[in-house]
Design a protein around this ligand. Structure first.
Ligand code: PLP
Length: 395
């Protein structure tokens, strides 16, 4: 087996040993239905409530403000659709979000538009930052909700969430943030930051796929997502996925406990990769240079095609992702890279490397060794690059 470097941790992460061990009993011996009164049922219920406490502690809220869902996308859908439905009936049919949200928010907003709601998509600057003043100016009499992501999944830019939260509070408008990429990478306190609703997902923090949570501040009324039994206080019915809930609880506790050391190490790794790879001519760092996730590197290489770059890196044992949405069956460049002003062809040649605490200095060195070779090889074969160099000569 050759070298393997996993550098796509914003897509998903490997489940940690601690999380795996914590889940195992609930997949086998502890199989009771948490709604049942006998002991193995009660034990499941106790495990769920312990996990809820862990999530609450990580966010600075009360356990009863945490609802388990199946993923980050579900949390986003629930927050937006239910809030707009409830407040829309009171004449508040306006939603504010940004142009570079994850599709879990963007496609939900587009769905709401088709239903007759009005959506303002705030632009971001060249580094992917939203100016809180823009949020203030966009708020209207009929604004029900502002939803701005905490940190971007492609370029890692971290938004001024506390400032936006304060503006929404003063204006009396609800504030939701998609914190799927931020959890475990930045300190979060929903009270201090005036966050009314927050979405998170376990699989970005070494937890299992298919489990997430939505924080809903006490006092915020959120219509039910799934009607049925009394699970999640009647708001999201369905027999609980106990093992996965326990896994989320363990993952979030570990992520927050280890955050200081991890941020210190990964910031160093990130900056080493950025410093080395931006030495390659005709490259551009995407996202804010410092207000960015410690896990995120996103660089555009002119004259290079993203898919080819990923395939060659894969052949060298490096798993990464690119700026075009090839996975969705479309060759359109990512809306995030276009929103920060990249030309289509530059966005196409973008590479996202996303790190986790499992990465080592050897991984970083290997990335720094391989990427320049791959870029050189691809440019040598690229007619676009040849034309670019020709044009450069004739300048
Ligand atoms: N929001 C952001 C910012 C994400 O990065 C992702 C996943 O990539 C999601 C939402 C969706 O999360 P999930 O995969 O748990 O549905």
């Amino acid at each position: 087996m050759g070298r393997f470097v996993y550098a796509d941790n914003s897509a998903t992460t490997q489940v940690s040993d601690r999380v795996f061990e914590s889940m195992l009993p609930y997949l086998k011996e502890e199989y009771g239905n948490a709604s049942s009164l006998y002991k193995i049922g009660r034990d499941s219920s106790i495990a769920i409530e312990a996990a809820r406490e862990r999530v609450a502690k990580a966010l600075g809220c009360e356990p009863r403000e945490v609802y388990f869902t199946s993923c980050g996308s579900e949390s986003d859908n629930w927050a937006l659709k239910s809030t707009m439905e409830r407040l829309g009936k009171k004449g508040k049919k306006h939603l504010i979000t940004s142009a570079f949200e994850h599709h879990a928010i963007l496609h939900t907003a587009q769905h709401l538009e088709r239903l007759g709601y009005e959506v303002t998509y705030l632009p971001v600057d060249k580094d992917g930052l939203i100016d809180p003043q823009q949020v203030k100016e966009a708020i209207r009499e009929d604004t029900a909700l502002v939803s701005i992501m905490y940190a971007n999944n492609e370029i890692g830019t971290i938004q001024p969430i506390a400032e936006i939260g304060a503006i929404c509070k003063t204006a009396g408008v609800l504030f939701h943030t998609d914190a799927v990429q931020a959890i475990g990478n930045v300190p979060i306190d929903v009270r201090d930051q005036n966050i009314d609703m927050l979405s998170l997902s376990a699989h970005k923090i070494h937890g299992p796929k298919g489990i997430g949570a939505l924080y809903v501040r006490k006092g915020v009324v959120l219509p039910n997502l799934i009607d049925g039994g009394a699970q999640e206080r009647g708001h999201r019915a369905g027999t609980e996925n106990v093992a996965y809930i326990v896994g989320l609880g363990q993952a979030i506790e570990d992520a927050v406990a280890g955050m200081g050391a991890k941020v210190e190490k990964l910031t160093r790794f990130r900056d080493q990769i950025i410093a080395e790879l931006t030495k390659i001519p005709y490259t551009k760092l995407n996202g804010h240079p410092t207000k960015r996730l410690c896990t995120n590197v996103n660089i555009s290489f002119e004259g290079v095609e993203g898919e080819a770059l990923l395939l060659l890196l894969d052949s060298m044992g490096i798993a990464a992702s690119s700026g075009s949405a090839c996975t969705s069956g479309s060759l359109d460049p990512s809306h995030v890279l276009l929103s920060i002003g990249l030309r289509h062809e530059v966005a196409h040649g973008s590479l996202r490397l996303s790190l986790s605490d499992f990465n080592t200095q050897e991984d970083v060195d290997y990335i720094i060794e391989c990427v320049p070779k791959v870029i050189e090889r691809l440019r040598a074969m690229s007619p676009v690059w040849e034309d670019m160099m020709e044009a450069e000569k004739n300048k």
